[in-house]
Each structure stands twice: as structure tokens, then as C-alpha cells.
Design a binder for this molecule. Structure first.
Ligand code: DCP
Ligand code: MG
Length: 355
């Protein structure tokens, strides 16, 4: 396959940056966007707060212990969505091959873009400058021959920086990349790899593909390729999830349908956030719920619907509950999206854990 030019753009502490921009008093304080100290979690925080160890997905109570002066902002999804639309407008000036990953992040395939004399480096520079000039927000970018490398590169000089990896630099660059940076490697996989003495891509390169498949299943093959800087995934502007959902397993089983209904507002709030992060959704066609009972049997109930109707969710919960009438361990709610082709590495499971 001929060499492609991919740019990965990722906004710097996106929600927090918007809050700091809109309220200058916050600019020199550690701030976080997220839920309250009672039950909430941090969606993101500024770089000052990160120095205290605060990070995304951390319970707010814990964040306040690490950083007692942390200023909490409740979050304004509508504003974040709007900012996202502005930056996507800028991307559209460079290529139609834009694949948003969330509100603040996208891949651009600029291989055939005539802008900036076809220099991807220059395009990335210009995109970031335009975002700053028009929105007073900073972005970081990675420029590389494929998605995996571009994403790793955008993180390298964060915040407000960019890194180019030319095809000639790939071999030298990838060797020093920690495995945790690879697509699909989370904390658990990182730990597993560590137990095999594998910390970097160089370590991974020392093993055969059959060894890696043997140890890590299908993921082994992907690791083998990614550790060499190989990634054939295309930038897919039609990246569509089949569904977006949230679920929670409760410490104590919920005794009856009434108790299940009481957790719905909380789940709805999380679902809303998740949908917001996924970017504009205009092809919702079902609402569904999932219940897992005390005996680990689970059931789902789905109904055609093009917007989130809390009353309908409650109805579906009651219907699902009646199938077993046992205490409930887990409740999930979600929306189904109109089916489109979803390529293998982009396939997301029906119920994703919070990330
Ligand atoms: N987000 C969230 N919950 C998470 C992670 C992120 O709600 N668990 C939201 C808040 C972020 C936005 O998505 O501002 C983008 O996520 P990133 O992972 O890109 O984080 P940031 O942009 O905040 O920081 P960075 O500068 O590291 O990219
Ligand atoms: Mg970001």
C-alpha cells in the first residue's frame, strides 16, 4: 500500500480549557470538570491539577484529597459540543476524510490534500493555529504514515505541540514507545505484558508472532504489527457505532423493580455524557435496557425510538424485571444506532466499560 499522510488532532484538556477560556479567574488555578464530591467523577482537569495526580475518570472525592484547592466546574456539554463543531469545520477545509473519535479528537487523512503544498506538517501547524486564533483553545497533533503512529505522536509534545514521524523515522521511533501507548493496550494488558518482561515496542519486537498469539490471543497479532509501526486501518469518515450504552453493577443487589427505577436518572446522566463525547448522533433508532439478575442470567429489552425517553426506559425496565422477578446485580441502558458497516478494529462492544 502506498504511503499515507495521517494527522491526529487532539485538543488539550478540552473541557477544562474551555472553562478556563470562558472564566479567566480559573486560568491559574487547578480546575476539573466533573461531578460533585458525593458520587461524581472527574471528566477532565487542567494541567495544573494533573501535577497533583488528578486525572480523568477519578472519583471527585479522591481528586479533592489529592488537591484540596481543586476548583470543580459542573460541565457544559452544549458548549463543548459547539466547540467541537467549530474545530470540525476547520478540519473540513483540509479533507473530507475526517474520522472523529470523540468531541475533541479526530484523524484526518490528508494524503491527497492540495493545501499547504501538500505538506501534512504544515497543515497540522495551520490547523492548530486556526483553532487558537478562532477559538482561543490549543490543540496538539501527530503527523505520521498511519493512525496508530499519528495518535501516539499527538501525545508526545502535548500540550500545544506536534510531532512528525516520517516513514524513514518509524523504525527508530517505535522502538522506544512504551507498550501502554499502543491501541488496545490498557492497564490490564500493560500488566500482563510486564509480567512477560515486555515494556516497550523494542521488547515486543523480540518475540515471534506465534509466541505473541500464544500468549495474548488475537491481540498478540495486533501487538506484533503495532510494535513495528504497522497499521493498515483506514481513516473512516463513516465510523459509526452500533450502540452507545452505560451500565453499572451494584455492590448490593437491587431488590425489586422500584429500586431499579431509582438508578435510572444516574445512568441517564452518564449515557448523556457518553453520547456527547461520541459527537453528533443523528441515527439513533432504538432504546434498550439490560438487566442481570442475582443468578447471573441477563435479559435485554429493546424498542424502536429515535430519542431518549426516560418514561420508556422505565417501562422497559419493568418489562425486563418481570421476566425473572429476582434481585438485580446490574442495570444498563443504551441507544441502538442504525446499522452501518463497522470495520474490525473499530468494532466496539455493546457495553463498554467506562474509560
Ligand atoms: N472525557 C470524559 N471522561 C473521560 C475522558 C475524557 O468526559 N474519562 C472528556 C473530557 C475531555 C474530553 O473528553 O476534555 C477529551 O478527552 P481527552 O482524553 O482528549 O482529554 P483532554 O482533552 O481533557 O486532555 P489531553 O490534553 O490529555 O488530551
Ligand atoms: Mg484531548
Amino acid at each position: 500500500m502506498h504511503t499515507r499522510k495521517i494527522i491526529h488532532v487532539d485538543m488539550d484538556c478540552f473541557y477544562a480549557a474551555i472553562e478556563m477560556r470562558d472564566n479567566r479567574e480559573l486560568a491559574n488555578k487547578p480546575i476539573a470538570v466533573g461531578g460533585d464530591a458525593h458520587r461524581g467523577v472527574i471528566a477532565t482537569c487542567n494541567y495544573l491539577a494533573r501535577q497533583f495526580g488528578v486525572h480523568s475518570a477519578m472519583p471527585t472525592a479522591q481528586a479533592l484529597k489529592l488537591c484540596p484547592d481543586l476548583v470543580l466546574c459542573p460541565g457544559r456539554m452544549e458548549v463543548y459540543r459547539e466547540e467541537s463543531r467549530y474545530i470540525r469545520e476547520i478540519f473540513a477545509d483540509y479533507t473530507t476524510l475526517v474520522e472523529p473519535l470523540s468531541l475533541d479528537e479526530a484523524y484526518l487523512d490528508v494524503t491527497d490534500s492540495p493545501n499547504c503544498h501538500n505538506s501534512a506538517t504544515w497543515m497540522a501547524q495551520e490547523i492548530r493555529a486556526r483553532i487558537y486564533q478562532t477559538r482561543t483553545l490549543t490543540a496538539s497533533a501527530g503527523i505520521a504514515p498511519n493512525k496508530s503512529l499519528a495518535k501516539i505522536a499527538s501525545d508526545w509534545h502535548k500540550p500545544n505541540g506536534q510531532l512528525v514521524i516520517t516513514p524513514y523515522q518509524v523504525d527508530a521511533f517505535i522502538k522506544n514507545v512504551p507498550v501502554r501507548k499502543l491501541f488496545g493496550v490498557g492497564p490490564k494488558m500493560e500488566e500482563k505484558l510486564k509480567n512477560h518482561g515486555i515494556h516497550t515496542c523494542d521488547d515486543l519486537q523480540q518475540h515471534s508472532v506465534s509466541y505473541l498469539i500464544n500468549q495474548f490471543g488475537l491481540m498478540g497479532e495486533r501487538l506484533y504489527e503495532l510494535a513495528r509501526g504497522n497499521d493498515t486501518r483506514l481513516v473512516n469518515p463513516d465510523r459509526i457505532r452500533k450502540s452507545i450504552s452505560v451500565e453499572e453493577t451494584y455492590l448490593v443487589d437491587l431488590p425489586d423493580a422500584q429500586a431499579c427505577l431509582q438508578v435510572i436518572p444516574d445512568l441517564l446522566k452518564r449515557l448523556d455524557q457518553r453520547i456527547a463525547r461520541a459527537g453528533p448522533i443523528n441515527d439513533m433508532h432504538t432504546l434498550f435496557i439490560k438487566l442481570k439478575f442475582k443468578d447471573f442470567q441477563q435479559t435485554t429489552v429493546e424498542q424502536i425510538c429515535d430519542k431518549i425517553e426516560p418514561d420508556l426506559i422505565k417501562q422497559l425496565i419493568q418489562e425486563g424485571y418481570l421476566r425473572k422477578t429476582l434481585p438485580v446485580r446490574l442495570v444498563g441502558i443504551g441507544i441502538g444506532l442504525k446499522a452501518k458497516e463497522v470495520s474490525d478494529m473499530q468494532q466496539l462492544s455493546l457495553f463498554e466499560p467506562d474509560d
